[in-house]
Design a binder for this molecule. Structure first.
Ligand code: NAD
Ligand code: DAU
Length: 379
């Protein structure tokens, strides 16, 4: 039986990964390590935490004695590091926290895994490790910077981060690579494009737009809305991580993306249309609207859910224009392909939000409201 330390497992992608692992591997043991910052929520894992294969440990990846204690308590074979400060806008507001968590936290994990897994030293002085262990760093396409109208990020594209968030993720990647080279620690790095799906925190574009529509609020589009992101359904990302963890060549980087480029404005318009259509086809969904307008027949109206809600606001500083991943390496080596077409994934995601408003309400209390006010008032 393999034991996985999943850091950041109470966040968006980490929790989806925990759910996948428990359902795919009957014999696994999962230790979730999460600090439960504003972005982490135990409610997301409420079913998983009743499973005896899964345990939760609240703590900081940068806390040396806490993380060392976990390696003593559990026979950890794999570290999958999702834990991070993940929002670009917050990194522009407070870069230092991103250095602490994303860089120093990752280096702390690397160091402790190295010590815990080391079995000896080879004749050249390199550490040797217990069979079958691995450290997987969940990274991002943002480390490659920004593309123009053409081209794709490959694993050999030069690193060119442009925001404090992406600079911190790039630094973490370089430490992971350095531990792989200098100490021969078995590592992999995955670099994925924008994810969407259930349990996405509504500070990010897709869940924020859904939430605002339900509340009848304006839909803030940065700049002119032509920036492009390459969207991937979160379960497809989790499957890629699973494959790289178990089959990826040691030391390699794998890009993950689904060739699904969309301008932000297209995404916003699609969400408006889809919510309206879903509420028209399934009137019960209208009950989750927080803004209630009635038509003459006394039914809840959805006519006001239209493009007039869109408002163009001040652009993000240093806003990357376009991301697009070339995933041919992971496809050729590990047979990974995305399984969820965007047209299906986005409807599935919107339905999930319409059906899980308690989850949204639970995670968007005081801190979220203050953040929203700070970020969007007078923007
Ligand atoms: P998220 O913000 O939803 O979750 C991050 C989790 O990490 C939260 O549960 C939070 O409580 C936890 N955390 C934060 N600081 C911590 C600390 N010091 N110690 C322990 N736990 C801590 O983020 P996400 O969107 O799920 O992203 C997960 C990872 O994937 C990140 O490393 C991110 O850089 C990367 N990534 C995200 C995307 C995306 O589109 N969301 C795409 C590519 C890569
Ligand atoms: O590419 C992978 C990255 O994707 C991850 O590494 C990050 O953790 C993740 O947050 C995401 O970063 P982005 O900055 O691309 O995602 P975000 O949802 O914040 O923004 C998507 C696009 O939408 C971006 O061009 C900015 C724009 N936007 C965003 C918000 C929140 C708006 O126009 N309005 C908004 O209110």
């Amino acid at each position: 039986m393999k034991t996985y330390l999943v850091t950041g497992g109470a966040g968006f992608i980490g929790s989806n990964f925990v759910k996948r692992m428990l359902s795919v591997y009957p014999e696994c043991k999962i230790v979730v390590l999460d600090a439960l910052t504003y972005a982490g929520n135990l409610g997301t894992l409420k079913n998983e935490l009743t499973d005896e294969r899964c345990s939760f440990q609240r703590g900081d990846i940068g806390d040396e004695s806490f993380v060392s204690g976990l390696f003593k308590e559990f026979p950890i074979d794999y570290v999958v590091n999702f834990a991070a400060e993940s929002h670009v806008d917050r990194s522009i507001e407070n870069p230092q926290l991103f250095l602490q968590t994303n860089i120093l936290g990752t280096q702390n994990l690397l160091d402790i895994a190295k010590k815990a897994w080391q079995t000896g030293t080879d004749p050249n002085g390199y550490p040797t490790y217990r069979e079958g262990v691995k450290f997987l760093q969940v990274s991002t396409d943002e480390v490659y910077g920004s593309l123009g109208e053409t081209g794709y990020f490959t694993e050999t594209t030069p690193l060119d981060p442009r925001s404090p968030y992406s600079a911190s993720k790039t630094s973490a990647d370089l430490f992971v690579k350095a531990y792989g080279e200098t100490y021969k620690l078995p590592v992999n790095i995955t670099r994925c494009s924008n994810n969407y799906g259930p349990y996405h925190f509504p500070e990010k574009l897709i869940p924020l737009i859904i939430k605002n529509i339900l509340e009848g609020k304006k839909l803030p589009v940065y700049g002119n809305g032509t920036n492009i992101r390459d969207w991937l359904y979160v379960e497809d990302h989790c499957k890629a991580i699973d494959l790289v963890l178990h089959k990826g060549r040691i030391g390699e980087v794998y890009n993950v993306g689904g060739h699904n480029e969309k301008q932000n404005i297209e995404i916003v318009k699609l969400i408006i249309r889809t919510i309206r259509e879903l509420m028209t086809e399934h009137p019960a969904y209208k009950n989750v609207l927080k803004k209630k307008i009635y038509d003459q027949a006394g039914s809840l109206s959805v006519d006001w859910i239209n493009e007039d809600l869109i408002t163009y606001v001040k652009d993000r500083l240093g806003h990357d224009q376009r991301y697009a991943i070339d995933p041919s390496k992971i496809t050729a080596e590990l047979g990974w392909t995305p399984e969820t077409p965007f047209e299906k994934g986005i409807v599935k995601t919107i339905r999930w939000y319409l059906e899980n408003q308690e989850w949204v309400d639970e995670i968007t209390g005081g801190e979220y409201l203050k953040y929203y006010e700070r970020m969007y008032t007078n923007r």
